[in-house]
Design a protein around this ligand. Sequence first.
Ligand code: FMN
Length: 217
Amino acid sequence: MGRRFQELAFTPLVKQHQQEHGSRAQYERLAERSGPGNTLGPDEQTFISLRDSFYMASVGETGWPYVQHRGGPKGFVRIINPSLIGFADLRGNKQYISLGNFDHDARVALFFMDYPNQTRLKILGRVKVHEHDSEAPALIESFRSADKSSVVERVILVHVEGFDWNCPQHITPRYTVEELQEVLTPLTQKLAKLDEENAKLREKLRRLSQIESTSTT
Ligand SMILES: Cc1cc2nc3c(=O)[nH]c(=O)nc-3n(C[C@H](O)[C@H](O)[C@H](O)COP(=O)(O)O)c2cc1C
């Protein structure tokens, strides 16, 4: 955990609870030893570029937090530089809840999950929406995918402020169909071969028992 993540997430009330429950000193020592942690290193960049989804929390002007799930092909969240990541905001249900929230408060919390490896990465950052500004056309064009059926309405860039990796505890390993197929395809092929061999052996056995029964009669 970098210093910046602590600065943002450890509010006075949070620290009060850490004090009460005996973890405050430990986190203070951690902050002294840690780097700023406000830019993504190679591990974080690789991790993000391999994800096919993430969760994004924003806050509306009523104060209510709101979490949305975003999904796409692996790499749909692009690393622009160690402080900047971005994704295409596609035309969807036209509720524009996250978008409206960003007008009020640009701060977001992102949650990236790797279920098979029981790993998660939290990011705190500030959003910049590119839709009507001068940079928008080029950005939207560069984020357009090969799948022309989806309309890129805008590009959302997130300026990373801090991040934290979580421990693997309590993450149940889950696998996508694609990940399961990698393991299951060789097994299915082996099973088909065994089925074929089995059928041949049964046929051989049937013929042998036929010969045996005609020779004993
Ligand atoms: C036809 C359709 C396609 C969608 N495709 C995607 C998609 O590829 N990725 C994604 O994260 N959300 C997708 N969504 C969800 C929308 O983008 C959703 O409207 C948007 O995330 C809503 O954000 P909000 O809850 O902040 O208003 C799709 C929704 C619809 C109706």
